[in-house]
Design a protein around this ligand. Structure first.
Ligand code: SAM
Length: 287
């Protein structure tokens, strides 16, 4: 197996194919082989797993996943990588590469088609310019057991944040609604070529089998969450009134009181059970 993380191997390989990194496609390739190895180990992938990889690049993580998984399906946007991947991962019979934009995929249909009889998981060193849309699509697909990704460290901190902290956001609530996140390890910038300006981190999200909050209307739940964070410095009732104009300020204050919350409460201190209670109150009022 070619060690694609070895810079003495990678540089001539890229030069042979006239490949230049595309900043627009978020291309920062791993040059420290312990990283893809550790990601694959921590992703819990085994021969009973079907893994969707996003952005294989020249294949360092793909190799590690193919060594462990039952099947790997990798989606890569940049077709210039075709001849390189043929050399670096062409030997793996359990691998299929789809040359397309991951955001254009019907992920549940893809998982059903490619991973029948296997435990579906997703694993990737994500292109950072589309971290949120990809993670949202993976979680909303509701078909993976576990999603393990490398992201910017600050994004990992946001995903795993607790209520009342500066990192806590609507995206935190979104991710934690679907999954339980665990930050695994940091990856310094010198582990990539070209070096990004930020530190990266690997995070795993174990998708919840059930959600114990009795959310009556998921759409209204997420609208409530977004509205609650939209005006961080103002009272919750202001945010809710602007997110739900039909409610008005008075209606918003009434729902907050009916939930038993203090009128001066701030959205960023609420956990998922409190958002569920609040959104159920709003849903009933809007009926
Ligand atoms: N996995 C490789 C590694 O760890 O060295 C490359 C990771 S690089 C950060 C991100 C990869 O995602 C690149 O190969 C890039 O071409 C690919 N990519 C960017 N946008 C994409 C998209 N919309 N759909 C699929 N792949 C994409």
């Amino acid at each position: 197996m070619i060690n694609v993380c070895d810079i003495q191997v990678m540089k001539p390989l890229l030069a042979e194919h006239g490949f230049h990194f595309s900043k627009a496609k978020g291309q920062n390739f791993l040059i420290a082989s312990w990283v893809p190895e550790q990601i694959a180990l921590d992703s819990g992938v085994d021969e009973n797993t079907g893994v969707l990889e996003i952005g294989p690049g020249i294949g360092p993580l793909t190799q590690q996943l193919c060594l462990r998984a039952g099947r790997v399906c990798a989606v890569e946007l940049d077709t210039r990588l075709k001849p390189i991947l043929a050399q670096t991962v062409g030997e793996f019979e359990n691998l299929e590469i789809l040359w397309d934009d991951v955001l254009k995929q019907d992920i549940p249909a893809l998982v059903k088609e490619k991973f029948a009889g296997l435990r579906p998981a997703a694993c990737a060193n994500l292109p950072y310019y589309i971290t949120s849309p990809i993670l949202s699509a993976l979680l909303e697909a509701e078909c993976f057991d576990q999603v393990t990704v490398m992201v910017q460290k600050e994004v990992a901190q946001r995903i795993a944040a607790r209520p009342g902290t500066a990192d806590y956001s609507a995206f935190t609530v979104f991710c934690q609604y679907y999954a339980e996140p665990e930050c695994l390890f940091d990856v310094p910038a010198h582990c990539f070529l070209p070096q990004p300006k930020v530190t990266s981190a690997v995070i795993t999200l174990r998708v919840r089998k059930d959600r114990p909050w009795n959310v009556e209307n998921q759409d209204i739940f997420f609208r409530t969450v977004r509205a609650s964070f939209a005006m961080r410095r103002k009272k919750l009732s202001n945010g809710l009134a602007s997110g739900f104009p039909q409610l008005g300020k008075e209606g918003a204050a009434e729902v907050i009181a009916a939930c038993g919350f203090d009128e001066n409460i701030r959205g960023e201190t609420l956990g998922i059970p409190e958002f569920a209670k609040l959104s159920n109150g709003i849903a009933r009022r809007l009926k």
